[in-house]
Design a protein around this ligand. Structure first.
Ligand SMILES: Cc1cc2nc3c(=O)[nH]c(=O)nc-3n(C[C@H](O)[C@H](O)[C@H](O)COP(=O)(O)OP(=O)(O)OC[C@H]3O[C@@H](n4cnc5c(N)ncnc54)[C@H](O)[C@@H]3O)c2cc1C
Length: 575
């Protein structure tokens, strides 16, 4: 059995920042970080537009209170305001710390860190490294982990969370290289496994964003919070769905429909293209539904709208958003200096996740915490984003709450012993699970089943939702889950058997899908990203509360958790 003081699952910004904090606090600890990708291939590396913090380098009027208000309003008043206060107060400090670590932020002419406008933010406060911010930050973090001697298990897949007697004791891991299975025990376990974009058929997320950490937690009996809130980013490049960063609109690009109109004037006149993402995505979907979308041949009535950068000019495009230009050029042959880009909403971010307190410790119920289990980043729900996240607040959350969680873990494990774990029992169960997949005599292809599932989630639980649609979605999902028993694997070997990983991920995707659908069905109101056509208004009387969904093979139970309101009373949300 492998042993470490702490095991962190996930090598993105949240996991790496936590590991670094633990190493800084107590260099004598044995810290391990496991990731199914190489850490530098975590989805964080793809983050483009930036990270919000009230440095006041560009806008001296800015304040953490203004950042907090924008975040709470953006969340449609569902965010926990104590968590938002921490996020926004600590933001400048974590950015400066990253800069001291060596992160190459873009600069103002006088050498201070530059800051740009972003959707839903009332001031220019987003710090960035051109449009490759995640890349710049993640590389420095991973360099620092190596310097501190953190043990990195890269390309190991975590199959199971070991949680017994309300205590997390370790994980079961599968080494992708050669199929070896190991049990790891630790005094503390942290999940920083990122999002689940692959639940849907069109997403900006990495292929690895399959919600594994969420499904493993759910299977271990941990509730998941606010799973109904799925973020659609307004500008996915058509048809591939990859992200065109909000930074492009932050730098001045327009959204236009088939009639050449900047239609955001009809939906959010004060913020135009820089309205929050839920509002902008719905506006685009409504324009397309009303026949004002555009076809690839330029005629009206098609499936996308235009993101127009042409008035920005070559020099600004190439210096501020070079990666967006390159993506459109490489993937759809558009030269954005001369041509508008075809865009439509794409699944982007998970507001919900593993429920934690503000030290990253995981909740087992509205009242109780789990011993030794922590989570941060996109996989967690603390909740700073409530019903809708503002752009550039996620990298910030990863770093602020990664750091806090790391610090809490370093405290927690002082004077604790390694837990007792029955290694053989977990090894045998994992081996049997893999063998059963290999031996399955079925005929269903993983790819076909996954596509059917992703199409179903997109059709039945997309930008607009109704009870009828979601009930159909749950019915279809049940049938697809039965077909999972009939999937057939071609590769029966042990070396780099990525088909096994895809099979395990597909099971996880379907569990996450079921949790999203069920939580969404029971929230009978519209709030933030959750838009019910049958309940078009926000209902604070009945639904100003967080959903906690408990999974079991027999079905899903729901409980609710009150929202923490400390600074701003809920108001109507208008832009
Ligand atoms: C294209 C794109 C652009 C974005 N731009 C911005 C931006 O400009 N600003 C902003 O604030 N936010 C942005 N976001 C959101 C933000 O990047 C993410 O929310 C954030 O980086 C998530 O970090 P994380 O550490 O939580 O997880 P991730 O970076 O997703 O990392 C997850 C880690 O978990 C590991 N893992 C998962 N499952 C397993 C398993 N079973 N076993 C072992 N390891 C596992 C993965 O290998 C990976 O290392 C963007 C997102 C996308 C997709």
């Amino acid at each position: 059995m492998l042993e470490h003081d702490v095991i962190i699952v996930g090598g993105g910004l949240a996991g790496c920042r936590a590991a670094l904090e633990i190493a800084r606090t107590d260099p004598s600890l044995s810290i391990a970080l496991v990731a199914k990708t190489h850490p530098i291939r975590s989805h964080s590396v793809a983050a483009q537009g930036g990270m919000a913090a009230t440095l006041k380098n560009v806008d001296v009027e800015d304040s953490w209170e203004a950042h907090a208000f924008d975040t709470v309003k953006g969340s449609d008043y569902l965010a926990d305001q104590d968590a938002v206060e921490i996020l926004t107060r600590e933001a400048p400090d974590v950015v400066i710390d990253l800069e001291h670590m060596g992160v190459l932020f873009s600069r103002l002419p006088d050498g201070r860190i530059a800051q740009r406008a972003f959707g839903g933010h009332s001031h220019q406060r987003t710090c960035y490294a051109a449009d490759k911010t995640g890349h710049a930050i993640l590389h420095e973090l991973v360099n620092n982990l190596r310097r501190h001697g953190v043990h990195i298990y890269d390309e190991w897949y975590v199959m199971q969370l070991i949680l017994e007697d309300a205590q997390a004791k370790g994980v079961v891991v599968y080494k992708i290289l050669d199929g070896q299975i190991e049990v790891v025990r630790a005094k503390a376990v942290m999940f920083a496994t990122g999002g689940y974009g692959r639940v849907y058929n069109t997403t900006s997320n990495d292929y690895a964003s399959t919600g594994d950490g969420l499904a493993m937690s759910a299977l271990a009996g941990v509730p998941l919070e606010d799973m109904e809130f799925v973020q659609f980013h307004p500008t996915g490049l058509y048809p591939v769905g990859v992200l065109i960063s909000e930074a492009v609109r932050g730098e001045g690009a327009y959204l236009i429909n088939s009639e050449g109109d900047r239609f955001m004037a009809n939906y959010a006149p004060s913020r135009m293209e820089l309205a929050p993402r839920d509002i902008t995505s719905r506006a685009i979907a409504l324009e397309i539904a009303a026949g004002r979308g555009i076809h690839p041949d330029g005629s009206a009535g098609g499936p996308f709208v235009y993101l127009d950068l042409r008035h920005m000019g070559r020099e600004k495009i190439m210096s501020r958003v070079p990666f967006a230009w390159e993506e459109a050029h490489r993937l759809v042959g558009i030269d954005a200096v001369n041509q508008p880009m075809p865009v439509r909403p794409t699944i982007h971010y998970s507001m919900g996740g593993i429920p934690t307190n503000t030290d990253g410790q995981v909740r087992s119920s509205p009242e109780n915490l789990i011993d030794g289990f922590f989570a941060a980043g996109e996989a967690a729900c603390v909740s700073v984003h409530g019903a809708n996240r503002l752009g550039s607040n996620s990298l910030l959350e990863c770093v602020v709450y990664g750091r806090r969680t790391g610090s809490a873990i370093a405290q927690f494990i002082q004077n604790r012993k390694l837990p007792q774990v029955d290694e053989q029992r977990y090894l045998t169960a994992a081996q049997q699970q893999i063998q059963a997949l290999l031996d399955q005599p079925g005929t269903t292809r993983i790819n076909n089943l996954r596509q059917a599932f992703q199409d179903g989630m997109t059709d039945y639980c997309g930008v607009f939702r109704t009870e009828e649609l979601m009930r159909q979605g749950l019915e279809q999902l049940q049938q697809l889950q039965q077909q999972y028993q009939q999937i057939y694997l071609d590769d029966k070997g042990k070396l780099w058997n990525t088909e096994i990983i895809e099979a395990l991920e597909l099971r996880n995707l379907m569990i996450v899908g079921q949790l999203i659908l069920t939580s969404a069905l029971h929230r009978q109101e519209s709030r933030g990203a959750h838009c019910r056509q049958d309940y078009p208004h926000r209902d604070d009387t009945n639904f100003l509360k967080h959903t906690l969904a408990y999974y079991s093979p027999a079905g899903i139970d729901l409980k609710y958790l009150p929202v923490t309101i400390t600074m701003f009373e809920p108001q109507e949300r208008k832009y």
